[in-house]
Design a protein around this ligand. Structure first.
Ligand SMILES: Cc1cc2nc3c(=O)[nH]c(=O)nc-3n(C[C@H](O)[C@H](O)[C@H](O)COP(=O)(O)O)c2cc1C
Ligand code: SF4
Length: 680
């Protein structure tokens, strides 16, 4: 198969031969240090290059000017000191025959002025972008001259750094802020006629071409249809694409459809879990047919079959599988080896992208090695010095990861699971229609465990005796948690948990109050179930914002379902007590902001407040274990084996991971497991 595989055929881009049709499109993981792509950055790209991706478009929005402040850890391409860092990055990719380019931009209004150099942001007409909320100044003639020059200088830095080329970001950023009638309503030489609105781009291209060699690749990642009232239509977008290719100054088009000025709109450009797969692929194919130009594109092409179809059907020249490569850097290598079934699936959770805004670095929900290449392995290649018998209790995400890594290290692993199926809270979360893809986290691990010879015992509530009966050398408690609903001053017995509702164990009432003191997905998932049942729903939270631990992209599907159902959202309110009152429940609400009491009458109260660890078996085993359950954190973080022996008489070592320790999330559970077991 692989010799004729359309995905594995080379693509000629000017003098550059790309060895296959897979690339990662530009994505800023926010791994920069001082605005520079240092070791962490390099190792991240190197891992994907080594596994065979033909090209990596590094950065995401590397910045050409000082008044385009980093919005999410962007590379400062305007600084000369970037050159040696780019050189190191480029050399490491080239050593693996992976081509490397970078996306350059001026963010225009898509940034905030309140950090870095505290310069005002700017845009053609001064219109504020809802997502970043800064009020920009209207760009002036001297700004235009300066920024046009900056583009050329930044491009020259990239060529000096040994990169094969650049692409200019032209969707939602300064270049297309000139193009779009939504953001450019000037009546001078820079507005009005399309030719005027393209003038800035032409000057930028002239500036770049004047400073780089003719061989240096320059492309545009451009919006061809804004899908927005008064925005760039398909016809105008195609006109722009044609005019740009006619300049003779560019070498490829990387096609975008949609607009990104709000989180919700961004979610249609980069679909998250539960949304359509490859929604803009046909459109990108139309752009290729219309322009006859080299076309790249990415937007939820998460599986190899769709990528192959995109090339075989002539829609794309290069397929971006960006999040797919965050989840599994080894995609190309697995295709070549005929091991497509082993690819760790990107489940579209978009924890990665939401995190660059929420926490300042991209991490994958179920591949904790991504972005941690220096300390965590993508492949479990080192066998343990001596195979050990490991008992894992619990087959949720933490337990499954522990079992997978343990078995791949050559250990003899047995997993006890109290329920008939693996997956724990992930299986429950996957019951939510828009989160069903999460089940891939479980299914992939079960398949990997089966292949590595893990023994599963389902429907087995393992007590200490049963575990010790297996004669283990290591016991890993991954029993997860149970919902913590005991948080009201009184009336806790009247409340049900969000998990009761999500699992369908308790039907939604008719007049429901959800008290979300968890701030993450479970409260919103429960709200989703209740609202879909047609019940009247009030969502109450002590936070200033709805579910602040869910990012702007992941909140979108919830809001799209809850808003049409007229759900009442009440912020800054803490539920204090629930009391029976006739047929109903009287809920008293307070507030952290003062003594402001309010009451609600409902027929059901749902409480979300994370989970409490299921830790009975851990504490039962602890006194008999050789390490008394103790974890050497320095060794754990430093990547060394656990050697503590507080009880030399103990015959097994005992560890606890995931929510069995404390209420956290899927990534934390899987990371706990990987970093412990990789050194066992
Ligand atoms: C963490 C992260 C950061 C991103 N940053 C950028 C960016 O700066 N510029 C850009 O054009 N696209 C950016 N993207 C979008 C990707 O290039 C790509 O269009 C998107 O992830 C959809 O492709 P996929 O479904 O293959 O992941 C980013 C994506 C991720 C996951
Ligand atoms: S966090 Fe989700 S969307 Fe992002 S790479 Fe991982 S699986 Fe894919």
């Amino acid at each position: 198969m692989s010799a004729n595989d359309p995905l594995l055929q080379p693509f000629q881009l000017k003098q550059l031969t790309l060895k296959n049709r897979l690339m990662t499109t530009s994505h800023e993981p926010a791994y920069t240090e001082d605005g520079m792509p240092k070791t962490r950055y390099r190792l991240y790209h190197e891992a994907r290059a080594r596994a065979g991706v033909a090209m990596t478009m590094t950065a995401g929005s590397a910045l050409v000017s000082r008044d385009s402040p980093p919005a999410f850890g962007n590379i400062l391409a305007y600084r000369e000191e970037v050159v040696p860092w780019m050189r190191e990055l480029a050399d490491s990719c080239h050593a693996e025959d992976c081509k490397i380019m970078i996306q350059l931009t001026h963010l225009g209004r898509r940034a905030h002025w309140n950090h870095s150099d505290w310069l005002p942001t700017l845009s053609p007409s001064g219109l504020r972008e809802p997502a970043h909320r800064a009020f920009p100044k209207i760009i002036e003639d001297w700004d235009i001259r300066r920024i046009v020059d900056d583009y050329g200088i930044a491009a020259a830095h990239m060529e000096a750094g040994g990169l094969d080329g650049i692409e200019l970001q032209c969707y939602g950023h300064l270049i297309d802020q000139f193009w779009s009638p939504v953001t450019n309503f000037r009546d001078d030489d820079w507005g009005g006629e399309l030719d005027n609105r393209l003038q800035f781009t032409r000057l930028v291209l002239d500036s770049i071409r004047a400073r780089v060699s003719p061989e240096f690749i320059v492309g545009l990642r451009l919006v061809v249809d804004e899908q927005m009232e008064n925005g760039i239509t398909r016809e105008v977008g195609l006109d722009i694409a044609r005019r740009m290719t006619a300049t003779g100054q560019i070498d490829f088009l990387n096609v975008i459809r949609g607009h990104i000025d709000t989180d919700a709109a961004l979610t249609d450009v980069i679909p998250v879990q539960g949304m359509r797969s490859s929604p803009h692929l046909d459109f990108a194919g139309e752009v290729r047919a219309d322009t006859g130009f080299a076309v790249f594109h990415a937007a939820r092409i998460a599986d190899v079959a769709t990528a192959r179809h995109a090339v075989a059907s002539g829609k794309l020249d290069m397929v971006g599988m960006t999040r797919a490569h965050i989840a599994d850097p080894d995609i190309v290598q697995k295709i070549v080896a005929g091991r497509e079934a082993d690819i760790r699936p990107c489940v579209g959770a978009t924890y990665c992208l939401d995190r660059i805004y929420l926490a300042g670095e991209a991490l994958c929900i179920h591949n904790p090695a991504s972005g941690r290449e220096e300390s965590m392995p993508h492949r479990i290649e080192t066998r343990a010095e001596r195979p050990r018998r490991i008992v894992v209790v619990g087959a949720g995400p933490a337990g499954l990861e522990a079992a997978r890594v343990g078995a791949e290290r050559g250990h003899d692993v047995i997993v006890f699971e109290a329920t008939p199926e693996a997956g724990g809270q992930v299986r429950l979360a996957a019951q939510s229609p828009h989160r069903r893809d999460l089940i891939g986290i479980v299914d992939w691990r079960i398949e990997q465990c089966d292949r590595a010879g893990v023994e599963f015992r389902f429907n087995t509530y393992a007590e200490a005796d049963e575990i010790l009966g297996e004669d283990p050398e290591v016991v890993i408690i991954a029993t997860g948690g149970i919902p913590d609903t005991d948080i009201l001053r009184a009336g806790n017995e009247l409340a049900v948990s969000s998990w009761d509702i999500i699992a369908g164990d308790i039907a939604p009432g008719k007049n429901v109050l959800i008290y979300d003191d968890g701030a993450d997905h479970p409260g919103m998932m429960a709200a989703d179930v209740v609202a879909a049942s047609g019940a009247r729903l009030e969502y109450v939270t002590p936070e200033r914002q709805i579910a602040p631990d869910i990012g702007g992209m992941n909140i979108t599907p919830y809001m799209r379902r809850l808003l049409p159902r007229d759900v009442r959202f009440t912020l800054c309110r803490r539920a204090l007590l629930a009391e029976r009152d006739g047929d109903g429940i009287r809920v008293t609400l307070g507030s952290d902001y003062g003594d402001f009491l309010a009451e609600r009458m409902v027929d059901q109260v749902i409480v979300e407040h994370g989970t409490l660890p299921l830790d009975d078996v851990y504490y039962a085993l602890k006194p008999q274990s050789s390490n008394l359950g103790e974890v050497d954190y320095d060794a754990l973080i430093g990547g060394r084996p656990q050697t503590l022996t507080g009880n030399p008489d103990g015959e097994f070592r005992l560890f606890r991971i995931g929510d069995a320790v404390s209420s956290r999330n899927i990534h934390a559970a899987i990371y706990d497991a990987l970093r412990l077991v990789k050194d066992l």
